[in-house]
Design a protein around this ligand. Sequence first.
Ligand code: G
Ligand code: G
Ligand code: MN
Ligand code: NA
Length: 254
Amino acid sequence: LTLERDLRRAISHGELEVHYQPQVCLRTGEVGGLEALVRWRHPQRGLLQPAEFLPLASETNLIAELSHQVLTSACEEVGQWIAAGYSDLRLAVNLSPVQVEHPMFARRLMAQLRQAGFPPGNLEIEITENVIMNDLEKVSQTLRELAQQGIRIAVDDFGTGYSSLNYLHQLPIHILKVDRSFIQSIRAGNEGACIVDAVIAMAKGLKLEIVAEGVENQDQLDYLRARHCDHVQGFLFGRAQPGPVVQKLLDGQL
Ligand code: G
Ligand code: G
Ligand code: MN
Ligand code: NA
């Protein structure tokens, strides 16, 4: 209960921060995208990770307000970088089930982007397979509305959910994010690597882009490069960092 009271205060007092983890394009070698990941700068407990407060936020409906803040901050900050010349920079945001299942979600999101002056074509939303399957009808309507406006849809943690593959050609999906558990099994002779091969082959057949998550070492990178994976994300390229740090990283690329 203390944490719930604290979280309400965090939302109203601006204790939430958005950090960004780079996604590197293997074709250009440059940062092509940023995944927004929320952090809570707790006055006593220090910097808290999402696992420590998102479950509570979801149970208490504070998730709606929290998500709105994350999106507002990220659109404002990344929107400035886009306007300053990084015109192709993509912003990826994670959506929770309650957001995606709300019937007004697509319209509210579009209104928020207009207000922030953020180009919809630079936005990517990440949802998990379980969120898609939970209410396929509702979610598919929302995803169609978003895709019509140019927003791109990524399936997060691909390969770990309880789902068939049917939704891939029924829904406007643009990107598969291969879960880091598969990337971690890229080692000589490990069978997990053949799942990565299969997902990349399928993505190419379906004309979907691939983001490999959790890339931590050079062997994994070499493996993914040899298979023409599109984008890589992971500690090898950097953890999620505050906006000013990321801005320096981008400026070093100019
Ligand atoms: O930052 P970290 O790597 O610990 O993120 C853990 C998980 O928390 C992510 O995989 C993501 O699913 C979730 N997450 C992080 N930020 C947000 C956010 O702003 N909104 C939602 N809904 N989930 C988030
Ligand atoms: O949305 P998602 O749950 O995929 O969010 C990314 C999560 O993965 C964050 O919690 C982030 O800290 C974590 N992460 C990002 N890169 C790596 C990595 O290279 N290795 C590991 N173990 N975790 C990572
Ligand atoms: Mn994600
Ligand atoms: Na993920």
